[in-house]
Design a protein around this ligand. Sequence first.
Ligand code: PA5
Length: 445
Amino acid sequence: MIKVDDTAVYGAIQWEQVAAMDPRLKVAWETLQKGTGAGNGFLGWVRLPEQYDRAEFARIQKAARKIQSDSQVLVVIGIGGSYLGARAVVELIQSANYNLKQKNTPDLYFTGNTLSTDAVLETLELIGDRDFSVNVISKSGTTTEPAIAFRIFRAALERKYGRTEAARRIYATTDRAKGALKTLADAEGYETFVVPDDVGGRYSVLTAVGLLPIAVSGIDIEALMQGAADGMADFGQANLSNPVWQYAGVRNVLYESGKKIEVLGCYEPNFRFMAEWWKQLYGESEGKNGKGIFPASVELTADLHSMGQYIQEGERMLFETVVDFRHPRGRLVMEADGENLDGLNFLAGKDLKFVCDQGMLGTRLAHVDGGVPNLVIQAEAVEPYCVGQLIYFFELACGLSGYLLGVNPFNQPGVEAYKKNMFGLLGKPGYEALGAELKKRLRER
Ligand code: PA5
């Protein structure tokens, strides 16, 4: 069960302010649950953990087994919502060092999220002579970065295996019916998986977008979905005893009181890409119409020795949310040392988790004393079931929070600006006039 501890925000704001959010939370909740708000064509994720396509889920598991049996590497091509969720879950549950570990599942290389020549060349080099497959993921099927990467890795597959066998090693996750990727997949006979029409990229980790790479890494995707489904039931109450309401309500009261930046931290280094996923989820959902909390992240305790200074004493527009996993998978007990030259014998017999908890409590008090209100989101353990719950918690709180803020949490009009300019500068057909205008501006600078 996910719990929110908001006790350390009540120096900066009053409980009455949160309680006063109740009517607004109620309206936002009904808007989300009844599908009456802006972007209501993209609410498929709300009931997805219960209402997903079981036949497709079985195909995902079958494809994952095939990839595990015939490939030493899976190249996962995608960007934004078609990238971050899978990487986040694999790194959190398996490890950021997943590819370095001895295992009987394929290495995963994520690409299509960059235009860096060196990064793409490095991925080709890392694959080397090994057997590989490709999962290309793009809901629109037209996004430039993954489309370019797919051309490169598809060519590499076809050189190695020939066109027919390459086609058996390509898995396309895209729209049910439209887009360049769907057209190509149908023409070449690739196995395809569907990004449902009503699920936007950043809410799609629990569809084939995330599930295929996650399953290939050996994670139990049934447990992940069960956690999310139980999250649906747990987060059902329409009142402030619901942790989703607490998180959405408190962060909006903090925002309205001048705390414009939320720093998400976790004491598990493997959480790093979950924080990247969370940043996209909240940043892209809320950052519009001149509004929105800026989502940032820190890795604890490492960043206490870098960003810790700013958090403690920099400009006071921050609040901090810490994700606390209660139970590590193992135990490490500090041993006594006969010489005690490092002076650490006072910790002899203590569990490292206990030391970490004291570090967390001390940090929390220090940051609160420094004017940084602190929220804690408690999860039980880094296990698929709990991670499924956590994903659903953050998604639901994000939709609710966006409606509280008064924005459409399911569009991303701002992402188009750079794309149009890039197409103009690259000479894409249809963008000639814009290209000419931009080149003139660049010459005149
Ligand atoms: O959340 C979103 O909608 C975006 O981040 C998209 O996922 C991202 O732009 C990739 O889009 P696509 O899957 O269409 O290639």
